[in-house]
Ligand binder design. Structure first.
Ligand SMILES: *Cc1c(COP(=O)(O)O)cnc(C)c1O
Length: 473
């Protein structure tokens, strides 16, 4: 539908389009004709179009979302209420600290809570994501070594680490040294002894590991790295499994990042705003990026640490995410935080046990997530982890993370989180068993799954290798 209207600035009525007309705009003063191709649609048609599009997406409010490593827990609506309060939404970040009252108190309170939860002495709320937190912490670690007249070039990263760890180390200018795993999927201690030396700036460790297992040799590892003069960095993206139960600061770590958009219940996915605060031990506080929110008597102030690495984000980071996380922490409280972690672990173990015959994972207890391997099924039937994931979509369940970590073949990484009910966990398990039975009986059927989505099997390789980034596709 093309829409044309006469343009005559002297008469207000002439701005009103002639309905359904096809034609041109004439600009009398300039003698020019401009063709406009404006769509003409009824408001209700537009509303329904967008409502229909919104139903094609899948979010945690639509169904179970056991996406391992990502902690897609339900985000309580009270967090949204707090983040939408006018006192927060109507302030400008350039206002003076003394006029920012409640916002300053909130940032200070959140920082104090995160210090207590992690066992650290200083915190920055600036980083905008987990990876950004890693980068910030590595810059702090680098500044610390340099302040002592040392320039250490290597960051040790276990092979089970999240991909952001080596990427952040490389972007921060370090050389990445891969530490192999032992047969228990933990850090290979003998290899670590060989690799840790006077050029080691830090070891980055995720605990629980990406396999959902608690790293048992933490103190041995910390002794080796500290012994070589390196620092211990904790990737706390998986803190959901242990918050309120054990603290990175007590395990021998010097710095940690947290993903507020995972553990502390801010919505995420689709590239939306996140927050990756970094906690550090006292000897690193001087290097934190500014501003740090401090308190002098009854007043909250912005501080600039003496040897600060500078700014890592505009203003104070993603403030609305900080509000949601603080609302979440306050609503859980001191008892609720460990209970939430324990429930996350219980739910993962319950689901693991229900499906272990069909979806085998490492024996024994897991933490908040577990990794099943579909290697046997693939060998027997040709049905892959990806095929199972596609079939889950038709059951109204978001697929788990697949093909990660790379150390497990045909991996399916389940993280149900603490927010799912027993009924939902039973439904996930029942659906997975049904899908498995179909795989044995009719493997050919999997070529067509999913049947219920507008797009089912896009060419994933083309999406990565043949990117079109311009509008004129
Ligand atoms: C999610 C995650 C990250 C990265 O966090 P982003 O906010 O996506 O940058 C890092 N490490 C681990 C273990 C994670 O699960």
């Amino acid at each position: 539908m093309k829409l044309i209207f006469e343009y005559a600035p002297s008469k207000a009525n002439d701005y009103i389009p002639a309905s359904g007309a096809e034609g041109k705009i004439s600009v009398p003063d300039f003698g020019k004709e401009i063709k406009l191709e404006l769509p003409e649609l009824a408001e209700v048609v537009v509303a329904r179009h967008y409502a229909a599009l919104s139903r094609m997406a899948f979010g945690v409010d639509d169904g179970a979302y056991p996406l391992g490593s990502c902690t897609m827990k339900y985000n309580p609506k009270i967090n949204e209420y707090a983040a939408s309060l006018e006192g927060f939404t109507d302030i400008h970040p350039a206002e003076r600290a003394k006029d920012l009252g409640g916002a300053m108190e909130l940032m200070y309170g959140l920082g104090e809570a995160l210090k207590e939860i992690t066992g650290m002495d200083g915190v920055t709320l600036s980083p905008a994501a987990g990876a950004h937190g890693e980068y910030t912490a590595l810059r702090i670690i680098d500044a610390y070594h340099r302040s002592r007249g040392e320039q250490r070039k290597k960051i040790l990263v276990p092979d089970s680490a999240h991909g952001t760890n080596p990427a952040s180390a490389a972007i921060a200018g370090f050389e990445v040294v891969n530490v192999p795993s032992d047969s228990d999927h933990g850090v290979d201690i003998e290899a670590l002894k060989r690799l840790a030396d006077s050029d080691t700036a830090a070891l980055m460790l995720t605990n629980p590991t990406t396999l959902g297992l608690f790293e048992k040799n933490i103190s041995v590892i910390a002794n080796i790295v500290h012994g070589a003069g390196g620092l211990m960095y904790y990737d706390g993206a998986n803190l959901n499994a242990v918050m309120g139960v054990v603290r990175p600061g007590d395990m021998g770590f010097d710095a940690v990042h947290l993903n507020l958009h995972k553990t502390f219940s801010a919505p995420h996915g689709g590239g939306g705003p996140g927050a990756g605060p970094v906690g550090v031990k006292a000897f690193l506080k001087d290097f934190l990026p500014y501003p740090v929110v401090g308190r002098r008597g009854e007043e909250y102030v912005f501080e600039r640490p003496e040897k600060s690495i500078g700014k890592v984000n505009a203003f104070y980071g993603n403030f609305s995410v900080l509000i949601r996380a603080y609302a979440y922490i306050l609503s859980l409280g001191k008892e609720g935080i460990p209970l939430s972690a324990k429930t996350a672990v219980l739910n993962a173990n319950y689901l693991k046990a229900l499906i272990s015959a069909e979806y085998p994972s490492a024996p024994g207890l897991c933490m908040h997530e577990f990794v099943a391997s579909m290697e046997n099924l693939k060998r027997e039937t040709g049905v892959t982890a990806s095929d199972i994931a596609k079939a889950m979509i038709d059951k109204g369940i978001h697929p788990p993370t697949i093909y990660f970590p790379l150390t497990v073949h045909e991996a399916m990484m389940f993280e149900p989180t603490e927010t799912e009910t027993k009924e939902t966990l039973d439904y996930i398990a029942g659906s997975l068993k049904e899908i498995y039975a179909v795989a044995l009986k009719d493997p050919e059927a999997f070529k067509k799954f999913p049947l219920t989505t507008p797009v089912g099997r896009p060419d994933e390789v083309a999406a990565a290798k043949d990117m079109r980034l311009t509008a004129d596709m």
